[in-house]
Write a protein that binds this ligand. Structure first.
Ligand SMILES: Nc1ncnc2c1ncn2[C@@H]1O[C@H](COP(=O)(O)OP(=O)(O)OP(=O)(O)O)[C@@H](O)[C@H]1O
Length: 263
């Protein structure tokens, strides 16, 4: 098992309040799988991702990555931070750096910039249709192009796990669909394990092998949906047109409505 999460809970403590963001979440992700955390705003999706990324130490529970505990009694989780690549809603490209400098940033920071890794990153940039923009600055690119550059920066360090925190939500519909297709195809090609955080049911179905549905705060795992093989094998655009898509959408929609209506 690539990632095992067991009885994870997290409470944020401030001077005056205690906010329980996650309660008793257990799940696992296999190597090469693409899973989504789906749930309404505030259900703890980002908290869960931040724990997996080694950025927040959970109040309770364990997370094992390839059998190694991420958090053990106060030790930090540097190993996980090295193994994980993040792609967020905002591209966080540095505006004063060129696209080439931006995509090589992770390699520079981790001390893994070599002629080979640089060549690989530039080849990936060309592969996703951005060959020729190496010397441009982010402000000279469209939002979709910037997110594609962010994807290359994320993949350049060859992370074991990709954490995608609503990376498509700030884009217009057409750009979003194209980028979903590109991310899905690229991750398949490189056989990457990925976790997507989203509140978009269609996106979760189109991209994932499995969907973990979380309840409103505190986030609990209420249901796991395994995407049927015939949908799972389709790239996102084809999956959206598949006859099995709509019935699955309806049943997840219903489940989310029931959750939100629950007292
Ligand atoms: N640093 C913090 N201190 C206190 N409470 C926090 C902190 N970060 C998050 N929370 C609270 O924990 C809960 C879960 O937040 P989280 O950002 O993980 O949810 P989410 O599902 O990702 O939400 P969204 O979809 O809106 O981004 C929310 O009620 C939020 O207000």
């Amino acid at each position: 098992m690539f990632l095992s999460i067991d009885r994870l809970s997290h409470t944020y403590l401030t001077k005056t309040t205690a906010v329980t963001a996650l309660a008793d979440v257990s799940l696992s992700v296999e190597k090469g799988e693409f899973v989504s955390f789906l749930g309404p705003s505030g259900c703890g999706k980002t908290t869960l991702l931040s724990i997996i990324a080694g950025l927040i130490e959970p109040t309770e529970g364990t997370v094992l990555m390839e059998g190694e505990p991420l958090w053990t009694g106060g030790t930090d989780a540097r190993a996980s931070r090295r193994a994980v690549g993040y792609m967020l809603q905002q591209d966080y490209l540095f505006p004063w750096k060129t696209i080439e400098e931006n995509i090589l940033l992770g390699l520079n920071i981790t001390g893994t910039l070599t002629p080979e890794t640089k060549k690989r990153a530039l080849a990936l940039l060309a592969e996703i249709g951005l060959g020729g923009v190496e010397s441009y600055y982010p402000s000279q690119l469209s939002g979709g192009m910037r997110q594609r550059a962010a994807l290359v920066r994320t993949l350049a360090t060859d992370p074991k796990l990709l954490l995608l925190d609503e990376p498509f939500s700030a884009l217009d519909q057409q750009t979003k669909l194209k980028l979903e297709e590109l991310v899905w195809t690229t991750l398949q090609q490189y056989e990457k394990t990925a976790i997507l955080v989203t509140h978009d049911i269609e996106e979760a179905i189109a991209m994932s092998d499995r969907i973990f549905l979380l309840s409103p705060r505190p986030g609990r795992l209420v249901r796991t949906f395994a995407i049927p093989d015939e949908l799972r094998r389709c790239p996102p655009l084809a999956a959206r047109r598949h006859p099995a898509f709509s019935p699955l959408f309806q049943s997840i929609w219903k489940e989310m409505e029931d959750l939100e209506a629950a007292p």
